[in-house]
Design a protein around this ligand. Structure first.
Ligand code: NAP
Length: 270
């Protein structure tokens, strides 16, 4: 049984809390300045809510402390963690995008155990991807605990170097946004053909869901399935030939991913 302290309970913090509260018997303390009333109503057992870290008497009780605050306020929030009393075996975890392990070292004890995680938005429905990197001090036991915890919100991958997280940000981190954009434009194109918004949405969502399910259950690659469905002279082939004209779509996707990667590197330098 773990005693977990969660700092920040917005979109990502509440996704973690919700999944872990439902699926584990751990105890949770949550610090969030404005959501304590809502949280108190939502969680009656095994969750204690605090408006600020100053209100917690015994910070040594926690074996995991997770930071899920916005990067913009990270320095202000982390200042409060300088000189607190910690459990000897405590593991610090951050899901804060773009903030390196070295940033947190400025505020935490020497030789701390630290894991940085990049989860993604579908974690809210427990279908996320989380990529994790650890510093050298983290124990095998703590690595196993985190593997289990982040496994509750989707798939997990341990990376060997922190700089890999900038690449992950451009793929699984920002990726949900790319799919939402394509789905949105596809829905709008269906409406242009004359469908109501409701029908367009149903056709497009189920097609996306069914295609991903088929792909994941199939041994064939996406490229092979594209070729299989695009029968010569047929409708899909006509559209796909258009998508592939002059490699425009391929180049656009490749460039967009590189732009996101470059931006992730820039943000992690700030
Ligand atoms: N959302 C995602 O899909 C996603 C994916 C990967 C990584 N992340 C990372 O996760 C972190 C949180 O993102 P989010 O989307 O969950 O943001 P969010 O919804 O804004 O959540 C942050 C929470 O922290 C609270 N907070 C503000 N000041 C605080 C303090 N001093 N102590 C404790 N809590 C405080 C905020 O309260 P108020 O709203 O009242 O200010 C809010 O509830 C970010 O660093 C982001 O990069 C998010």
């Amino acid at each position: 049984m773990n005693k977990i302290l969660l700092i920040g309970c917005g979109h990502m913090g509440s996704a973690l809390l919700n999944a872990w509260h439902n699926q584990t018997s751990n105890y949770f303390s949550v610090v969030d300045p404005n959501k304590h009333m809502i949280l108190r109503r939502a969680y009656k057992r095994r969750v204690s809510i605090f408006q600020s870290i100053d209100k917690i008497q015994n910070t040594q009780q926690f074996n995991i402390i997770i930071f899920a605050i916005k990067p913009q306020i990270a320095t202000k929030v982390m200042r409060k963690f300088i000189g607190l009393k910690y459990n000897k075996k405590v593991l610090f975890v951050s899901v804060v995008a773009g903030k390196k392990i070295s940033f947190f070292n400025n505020f935490l004890p020497h030789n701390n155990q630290f894991v940085r995680v990049m989860p993604n938005m579908p974690s809210v429905v427990e279908e996320g991807v989380s990529c994790l990197v650890t510093n050298k001090k983290t124990s095998k036991q703590n690595i196993n605990i985190l593997t289990d915890l982040f496994g509750k919100i989707g798939k997990i991958y341990w990376l060997s170097a922190e700089k890999e997280l900038d690449k992950v940000t451009a793929i699984s981190g920002s990726g949900p946004g790319y799919y939402f954009l394509f789905i949105d434009l596809f829905e709008k194109a269906a409406v242009e053909l004359g469908f109501t918004k409701k029908i367009a949405k149903e056709l497009v969502y189920q097609t996306a869901f069914g295609s991903i399910k088929l792909l994941m259950k199939n041994s064939k690659s996406a490229e092979k399935l594209t070729n299989d469905i695009a029968i010569k002279g047929g409708t899909t082939e006509a559209a796909i030939r258009f998508f592939k004209k002059n490699n425009q779509l391929k180049n656009m996707i490749s460039k967009a991913v590189k732009v996101a990667h470059k931006r992730a590197i820039e943000l992690s330098k700030k």
